[in-house]
Design a protein around this ligand. Structure first.
Ligand SMILES: C[S@@+](CC[C@H](N)C(=O)[O-])C[C@H]1O[C@@H](n2cnc3c(N)ncnc32)[C@H](O)[C@@H]1O
Length: 285
């Protein structure tokens, strides 16, 4: 009874999200991050921004809207707003077929070249599971006289902190195949019980950087052997998908590969990639 009363009191005190404020939030997140929030995602805007409103001591979404309209483009509030509206779901060894393709098709060909360092960009790396999976696989399958480097980037500064920390709840351990549970991680003891960390020799292969995919700048030209841009294009409208795939094309080395998410596609877009597998593309020289 008391709990119900408390919930109702909470509900009465939840500010209403007016249509014009919702439209403003949706349009600015698309402009800044490319993220298109379809109507099914509108509840997410309400729940994610509600906590920020109380943290700022505001009483309504309209007040938060006015605050955003009044601040400079480089005000730190914009980063907090962006972090709140990204979706960061990820796993170790997610969409495992990509890692099998890497081991079975890409690496054997690359190993026949005289290149010394295999370079990868995980372009929407979230909390780090994707770049660390890459590092584990490359560590195991590249010979001793070859090296690799992974650049991991994301627009969201909070997930990048988690990624750099390289410590995960032990409930995520089962996402790793057994051989990697034994070789790539260390279980926490005492205070760190319930957590594991990525082994330092794997962690040190990954560097982190904030990067917005819909900005013109890129971390190089013809610079990477492989780019993973998975489960992020799904949030973008077609013109942003087009912009990003063109940018990734010039960032990749000729002969390099691009992995996108299994539920994503480049259909309906004019592009120069050769499709070489499910959600796998090659920049044919
Ligand atoms: C669902 S996660 C995917 C993580 C990982 N690639 C995977 O497939 O498991 C999507 C990530 O894209 C990031 N993201 C969204 N918009 C972005 C943008 N404009 N530039 C860079 N990263 C972006 C989000 O912050 C989020 O961490």
């Amino acid at each position: 009874m008391i709990a119900n009363a408390a919930k109702n009191w909470g509900a009465q005190n939840t500010p209403e999200l007016e249509e014009h404020d919702l439209l403003y939030f949706c349009s600015v997140i698309e402009e800044r991050a490319g993220i298109y929030l379809k109507p099914a995602k509108h509840d997410l805007v309400r729940t994610r921004l509600r906590s920020r409103i109380s943290a700022r001591g505001l009483e309504s979404f309209t007040e938060y809207c006015d605050l955003l309209k009044g601040i400079a483009k480089n005000d730190p509030e914009w980063q907090i707003f962006t972090n709140l509206l990204t979706t960061n779901k990820t796993d170790f060894f997610r969409e495992i077929k990509h890692f099998e393709f890497l081991v079975e098709k890409i690496l054997p060909t690359w190993l026949k070249t005289s290149e010394k360092t295999f370079k990868v960009w995980s372009a929407a790396s979230s909390t780090g599971e994707e770049p660390y999976t890459l590092a584990m696989v490359l560590q195991r399958h590249l010979g001793k006289d070859r090296d690799f480097k992974i650049l991991a980037s994301d627009i969201d500064t909070e997930v990048l902190k988690t990624a750099q920390n390289a410590v995960y709840a032990v409930s995520k351990k089962s996402e790793l195949p057994l051989e990697y549970q034994q070789s790539a991680i260390e279980l926490g003891q005492d205070n760190a019980r319930g957590w594991f960390r990525i082994k330092p020799q794997i962690k040190e292969k990954v560097s982190f950087k904030q990067h917005n995919l819909i900005e013109k700048s890129a971390p190089g030209q013809n610079a990477f052997d492989l780019i993973l841009c998975r489960n992020v294009l799904i949030y973008f409208a077609q013109e942003n998908v087009d912009f990003v795939q063109t940018k990734l094309f010039s960032t990749l080395k000729p002969g390099g590969h691009l992995f996108i998410g299994h539920s994503e596609s480049l259909q309906g877009i004019k592009h120069q990639w050769k499709s070489v597998g499910p959600s796998i593309f090659k920049k044919v020289p």
